[in-house]
Design a protein around this ligand. Structure first.
Ligand code: GAL
Length: 394
């Protein structure tokens, strides 16, 4: 029986009238602690004169997280915040320790891309007990009511874009041909991977139902097509086994629907090494990673789904700024921030097993040979050096 603790800490903070980012807020506090079901909220950081943002990224191996982390850190630092940025090497325990360090380091808000969305419940309860606000960045964090907001892209739409690209590239509509397709899904502990998979499968379902698509490996479920840690090597090995087992000389493979660019790199290597056919195999991806842009330019890969990381970071910083000013933003944030890109607010779709997490969603777009110059280079997302090599501007 929890010892009754009669005093309650309620921090009442006078907020500046203007959205003033992370400049320390003048705090007038009337301290009482309130007992919650499991823990006592002891807020030891809100009135320490600093505004600290903890950014926990999953790893440095996947190109995008380096860029997300760097861009978020730059934006928050420009807003006058102290930033603690950590990368967890795709290790759950490392991420939990990183988050614990951020809490004890005085974080006012945590921006977290979970390695495993269902593994952070305990440490996020500790964050809540310290009155730290929590943003699930890009990947929904599951099984906890401690998450305050989710900022991401419409990840179901990512799968729809990939599937629609395969349908168009193979001219499947009104065709009486039968197409052989294989699937390489994402990391099974990454909640986004399920949305990519479902968006793709729902879109292809009519063709599967009519047996216009065959999966010769018979591997069509999420888990059996999933790829631990989005590993290029694991994707390559799995497809090589499939090609050697189900695609003897003369058996055609029409497409491999890869959930992201790192797995698409593995698929391309497997096809080059072990596919005996002479036809082009349609390959999809996601993230517009530099290696895959080269592959789209040279015709190995057909498309990728571009998610403008800078937009995701801009929304996250605006959201945190508003929260740190003591607001409880909703749809109004989008109007107040006047973003230069589409952003929607959703309070029902993203149920994390405990609650529907209020979400800000951005639009993913299809990148192919025809539009990559306009969408990635003209916008300045990528540049070419004097030798023509592509590099990230941000
Ligand atoms: C997902 C993310 C994708 C991609 C993938 C790893 O969680 O939403 O954009 O980065 O991880 O490549």
């Amino acid at each position: 029986m929890l010892k009754q603790i009669k005093t309650a800490f309620i921090t009442i903070i006078l907020f500046s009238l203007v959205l003033s980012g992370c400049e320390p807020q003048p705090h007038v506090t009337e301290q009482t602690t309130e007992e919650t079901e499991e823990t006592t909220i002891v807020d030891t950081h809100s009135n320490d004169g600093r505004t600290v943002v903890g950014i926990s990224m999953p790893d440095v191996l996947l190109e995008r997280w380096n860029r997300d982390g760097a861009f978020l850190k730059e934006q928050f630092a420009n807003d006058g915040c102290e930033v603690i940025l950590r990368f967890a090497n795709n290790l759950i325990d490392t991420q939990i320790n990183d988050i614990r360090d951020m809490i004890s380091g005085g974080a006012d808000v945590l921006v977290i891309t979970a390695v495993d969305g269902a593994a952070l419940t305990k440490v996020l309860n500790e964050a809540r007990a310290a009155n730290v606000k929590i943003i699930a960045y890009d990947r929904l964090i599951m099984e906890t009511d401690a998450v305050d907001y989710y900022v991401s892209f419409d990840n179901y739409q990512v799968g729809v874009l990939q599937a629609n690209y395969v349908i168009g590239a193979l001219l499947m509509v009104n065709s009486d041909k039968i197409y052989n397709i294989e699937f390489i899904s994402g990391d099974p502990v990454d909640n986004n991977a399920r949305y990519f998979y479902k968006g793709a499968m729902d879109t292809l379902d009519p063709f599967l139902e009519m047996n216009k698509i065959r999966i010769l490996s018979t591997q069509s479920g999420f888990y059996e097509t999933s790829t631990a840690q989005w590993s290029t090597d694991i994707a390559q090995q799995r497809l090589q086994i499939i090609l050697n087992s189900y695609y003897p000389k003369g058996t055609r493979l029409d497409a491999v629907l890869c959930a992201n660019d790192s797995t698409a790199l593995g698929a391309a290597k497997a096809i080059e090494a072990d596919y005996s056919g002479t036809n082009h195999v349609v390959l999809t991806g996601q993230d517009a990673d530099i290696a895959n842009i080269y592959n789209i330019i040279n015709g190995t890969q057909d498309m990728t789904v571009y998610k403008a990381l800078d937009q995701e970071a801009v929304v996250t910083v605006a959201l945190c700024s508003s929260i740190l000013d003591g607001n409880t933003p909703a749809e109004d944030l989008i109007e107040a921030a006047n973003f230069s890109f589409d952003c929607s607010y959703d309070t029902t779709t993203y149920d994390n097993g405990v609650k529907a997490v209020p979400s800000y969603l951005l639009k993913p777009i299809t990148i192919n040979y025809q539009n990559l110059e306009k969408e990635l280079f003209v916008t300045g997302y990528y540049q070419r050096n004097s030798s023509g090599l592509i590099y990230a501007t941000k």
